[in-house]
Design a protein. Structure first.
Length: 116
């Protein structure tokens, strides 16, 4: 029960810090709160994302005989691509959180570099 209350508190902190307006010079306390919100949000988000990725991999296996390797690869990369960690910049609204990713043939690193 303690873990659930800690997770709920962390989510509340993340929501409250995300709702705060971002100034030109964030204070140290805001940076700490965004960091705590980032870690807490990632602890909730990552298992959900991993489950979605596993489901996409299983679906990809079933897609292989009917659609061939290119289709199976698209299904797997869409399910397992995207954002895996919630960063403080994502909480501040400076970068998007993409639950579903892939599909344009670029590796994730070059996609991230091209969006900046």
């Amino acid at each position: 029960m303690k873990i659930i209350s800690r997770v709920a508190l962390g989510i509340a902190v993340a929501v409250l810090t995300a709702a705060a307006p971002a100034s030109a010079a964030d204070s140290t306390s805001q940076d700490v709160l965004y960091g705590v919100g980032s870690v807490t949000s990632t602890l909730v988000y990552a298992p959900v994302k991993a489950s979605f990725c596993i489901l996409g991999a299983v679906t990809s296996v079933f897609t292989l005989p009917f659609g061939g390797p290119p289709t199976a690869e698209k299904v797997a990369s869409a399910a397992c691509g995207g954002t895996w960690a919630v960063t403080p910049d994502a909480l501040k609204g400076r970068e998007p959180i993409r639950f579903v990713g892939g599909g344009n043939g670029e590796p994730p690193a070059s996609r991230a570099a091209s969006t900046r």
